[in-house]
Design a binder for this molecule. Structure first.
Ligand SMILES: NC(=O)c1ccc[n+]([C@@H]2O[C@H](COP(=O)([O-])OP(=O)(O)OC[C@H]3O[C@@H](n4cnc5c(N)ncnc54)[C@H](OP(=O)(O)O)[C@@H]3O)[C@@H](O)[C@H]2O)c1
Length: 362
C-alpha cells in the first residue's frame, strides 16, 4: 500500500510544520489530519518535552464527527508508550481514524510498535513516506538516541608542525580569516560550544558564533569544564546564553547532563588538554583539524596524551573532506574504529537507552 498524491503533499506540509517545534529532548514532529475526501482538517506539531505529541495536538482541534474515517499523516511513527495521556497510536484508534501515513519508524524500544498496534486494530497503515526527509529533519535527535549522549565534534587549529600555540601560550591567530569564518559557521549549527578552563584563562574567548562582529542568529550554549574559577569579568559571562560551568573532569557525566538539557550537538574548542581528553575517552565522533602553513615549534602540541603507547594503537581516522580555506586546509574526519556503525561514524547506543521520547511528554 502506498500514499496517494494528496497524502504525499500532506506529508511535505507535516515536515514543514514539524520545524516549528524546538530541538531538544524530544524530536520535532508534525502531523496533518485529512478528511476522507482529502481536505486538510487540522495540523499539529510537537512543542517539546512535556507537551502533546504532534498527532494528539492535531486530533485535539477536531470533533469526533470530523475524525471518523479521517486520515492522519505524521512524520514519525505514532508512539506506543504511555506518557501522561497514553499512546498516540491508541489515541488515533480511539478517534476512529481509518488510515495513518507516517515517514519514519520510531527507534525507541519502548515507544516503538505503534504501527503494529494500529494495524491490529484495523487501521490502514503506510510506513516510509518521505522517510529520508524525515530522517534528515531529526538526524541529530536520532544520533542522540543511538549514542545515549550528544554528538561530539572536536576542533582545533594547528601549525604545520602540529602546534596549537606558541611557547608563551598565545594562539590567536594560527589560521587565516577564511578558516576562522568557517569555524563560526560551524559553531552556529552546534547546540553547545565547550572549552576547558585553560582556554578561558589563556584566551578569554567570547564563545559566540559571529559573522564579522555581528552575532549569527543561532548561538551555541557556552560550556566551561574544569575546577578553576572563571574570572568574574570573563567574556564568556557576557554570552547571550547563560554559560554552563562544570567543576569536574568527568566528560561522560558532562555529556549526560548536556543530553538531559536537550543538547544534541557539541562543538569542543578547548585547548590540547580537553581535546586530548575527549579523544582518549573515545568521546569524539568527528575531528576538525585546521592546518595552517606556519611553523611554531616549541612545547605547545595540538594534542597531548590520547592513550597511544605504540604505533599499533594509533587512532586511525577516515577523512570525510579536505577543504582548502584561504591558505589553510581543513581536514574533516571521523574515527576509523566507528566505521560502519552509523552514518555519523558514531558508536552504538548503550543498551540501557530504551525510550526515545521523553516520558513526560503527552
Ligand atoms: N589552536 C587551537 O585550536 C586552540 C584552541 C583553544 C586553546 N588553545 C590554546 O591552548 C592553550 C590552553 O591549553 P589547555 O590545554 O590548558 O586548555 P583547555 O584544554 O581548554 O583546558 C585545560 C583544562 O581543562 C580542565 N579539564 C576539564 N576536563 C578535563 C579533563 N577531562 N582532563 C583534563 N583536564 C580537564 C583542566 O583544568 P582545571 O585544573 O581547572 O580542572 C585543564 O587544565 C592556550 O595557549 C590556548 O591559546 C589553542
Amino acid at each position: 500500500m502506498t500514499a496517494t498524491a494528496v497524502e504525499r503533499a500532506a506529508m511535505t506540509h507535516a515536515l514543514e510544520i514539524a520545524r516549528r517545534g524546538p530541538r531538544g529532548l524530544n524530536p520535532q514532529v508534525g502531523a496533518v489530519i485529512l478528511s476522507p475526501s482529502g481536505d486538510l482538517l487540522a495540523e499539529g506539531w510537537h512543542r517539546g518535552a512535556g507537551t502533546s505529541h504532534a498527532e494528539v495536538d492535531a486530533l485535539s482541534k477536531l470533533t469526533p464527527e470530523q475524525l471518523r474515517g479521517a486520515t492522519a499523516v505524521v512524520t514519525l511513527e505514532p508512539c506506543n508508550h504511555t506518557g501522561r495521556t497514553g499512546p498516540c497510536a491508541q489515541a488515533l484508534i480511539d478517534a476512529g481514524v481509518r488510515r495513518v501515513i507516517y515517514a519514519l519508524d520510531d527507534p525507541g524500544a519502548v515507544s516503538g510498535g505503534g504501527a503494529e498496534r494500529m494495524r491490529a486494530a484495523g487501521v490502514d497503515v503506510v510506513a516510509g513516506e518521505q522517510a529520508e526527509a524525515a530522517r534528515a529533519l531529526i538526524d541529530d535527535w536520532l544520533t542522540v538516541q543511538r549514542l545515549g549522549r550528544p554528538h561530539v565534534t572536536v576542533k582545533w587549529a594547528q601549525s604545520l608542525d602540529g602546534r596549537a600555540a606558541a611557547a608563551d601560550g598565545s594562539s590567536q591567530w594560527i589560521t587565516g580569516p577564511a578558516a576562522r569564518a568557517d569555524v563560526h559557521r560551524r559553531r552556529a549549527v552546534a547546540d553547545a560550544i565547550v572549552v576547558g578552563t585553560g582556554t578561558v584563562l589563556a584566551d578569554d574567548p567570547a564563545l559566540t558564533a559571529r559573522d564579522g562582529h555581528a552575532l549569527l542568529p543561532h548561538q551555541p550554549v557556552p560550556v566551561v569544564i574544569g575546577v578553576r574559577e572563571t574570572p568574574a569579568d570573563a567574556a564568556v559571562r557576557r554570552h547571550p546564553h547563560e554559560p554552563l560551568f562544570y567543576a569536574e573532569h568527568d566528560l561522560a557525566a558532562v555529556l549526560a547532563d548536556l543530553r538531559d538539557r536537550g543538547i544534541q550537538r557539541v562543538f569542543v574548542e578547548g585547548g590540547p588538554t580537553l581535546a586530548s581528553a575527549f579523544l582518549a575517552a573515545g568521546l569524539a565522533d568527528e575531528v576538525l583539524a585546521y592546518l595552517a602553513p606556519v611553523l611554531i615549534g616549541g612545547p605547545k602540541l595540538a594534542l597531548t596524551d590520547i592513550g597511544v603507547p605504540s604505533i599499533g594503537d594509533a587512532r586511525r581516522l577516515v577523512v570525510d573532506e579536505w577543504l582548502p580555506l584561504g591558505a589553510d586546509l581543513l581536514v574533516l574526519a571521523h574515527p576509523a574504529d566507528a566505521e560502519g556503525t552509523t552514518s555519523t561514524g558514531a558508536a552504538a547506543a548503550p543498551a540501557d537507552l530504551n525510550t526515545s521520547r521523553n516520558e513526560g511528554a503527552a
